[in-house]
Design a protein around this ligand. Sequence first.
Ligand code: ISL
Ligand code: CA
Length: 539
Amino acid sequence: MDSNGDGIGDLKGITSKLDYLKELGVDVIWLSPVYQSPNDDNGYDISDYCAIMEEFGSMDDFDEMLDGIHRRGMRLVMDLVVNHTSDEHAWFTESRKSTDNPYRNYYIWREGKDGGPPNNWGSFFSGPAWQLDTATGMYYLHLFSKKQPDLNWDNPKVRAEVFSMMDWWCRKGIDGFRMDVISLISKKPGLPDGIVPSGAFYADCGCANGPNVHDYLQEMNRKVLSRYDLMTVGECAGVTIEEAKKYASLDGKELNMVFQFEHVGLDDDVYGKWTDRRTDLRELKRVLSNWQVELSGKAWNSLYFGNHDQPRSLSRFGNDDPKYRTVCAKMLATCLHMLQGTPYVYQGEELGMTNCPFGGIEDVRDIESLNAYQEYTKEGSFSKEEMMHFIRLRGRDNARTPMQWDEGPNAGFTKGQPWIMVNPNYTEINAAAQTGDPDSVFSYYKKLIALRKQMDVIVYGEYELLEAGHERLYVYTRSLGDEKLLVICNFSVQETEYTLPKEFCGGSVLIENYARGRVAERVLLAAYETLVVRQLAGK
Ligand code: ISL
Ligand code: CA
């Protein structure tokens, strides 16, 4: 929400919408980076960790927002981006000056090899992961853009700086951290060449879950996290179930939970995310079920279908056709919110917001999409039209278009010119139209969130997958003590028959997206129908 008409959302704008979040039932707000940044990667390139980005407001605005959040009984989790800084951060401007600068070893510098970069690693944003710096004739490592040099976590001084900065924010009263690509902070010793996959130009760095990552997080936990009442979540690209059990172990030595990527990589192809492949439901069930079963009693799951890096979940995993989008958004929400773990609602997901029909590349703002468009069209892997097609389906900007508040100009987001196009469907999909409507997607989310707060079985219950091989239905149970729930989701537009397990026949419906009321032994599920059935007492 933009408060001053410059077309950019800001802190005062957020403060003005806190009642909306409270009404939805939000407990904790995860705020994307709002620190000072030249904005090469939407704030994930930070030049001062203790200052607020000018476009977003002032530190006073921040304090006011934090206070408003706390007064409403909500909490604030900040994005902690410490795998890298901006190249405009004071540490880096020092570091690049000379090989004997006191900050030299804050970053990862190497001599080139055979007239090229030190190894064959690629950046996540296209091109090599190394940039030659003229001042000293050496290369620095940047796993993301060249304006995001990687910090050298093996240097104890770097760790001390990061921990003291975190401590500063904790003393300010924030309630936790979402840790950006924290799985990548410990680089492979010797920085060896990797294998270049077919279709790719460079190798994956293989730095996920590096040798010291758990030591560093345990040190962070001892020195900072354990001293405050915080919620922590590590964004862990490349995390496996075995690794997640360490990062998010219930013993509390590291983090509370992790974001894993397995279920959002199922529709990748030879060229990574640049494809129009869709996720196979059986694969989705297999992956989510593994995480449910394996972490149960040992670690804690984060539950998400979308975020600022992912396309809109409704368009990706469901159906955003106006005919189906309301029922389908409710079905996806049910599927996610009935799982074990902490559900994340990405802004606008609670309204059923969809991918955006971007025109040409001039409508795109995200560095990942812009670079990939350049690289793949130049090299001839895809035509411009093909790349735009993939960007419309998978690009990160789909999730970054303005929040749709009402049916007024620019969806009520700004009185000026928005920094990125507004999704034209705002006249039909917007908050004002949904908050007072008992049948809206918003009201449905409200109900789901409230149910989770009332019923322990939804939070803690044991998970079991039924119908594993079914191509259209996702069915599972949750059980805790005498309580047992059956969650049925039709992921297809097709009417599909389903026979309930005996113990649920005649059970009451806890929540549903069609008005069914009671359930017989056999149900004919409509397009994207979902229902949660509660077992009859004593059965
Ligand atoms: O978005 C991705 C693929 O489409 C990922 O590769 C993403 O870059 C990766 O998950 C790391 O994401 C985080 O760090 C990035 C930042 O651009 C993302 O917004 C952030 O969530 C670099 O800081
Ligand atoms: Ca603004």
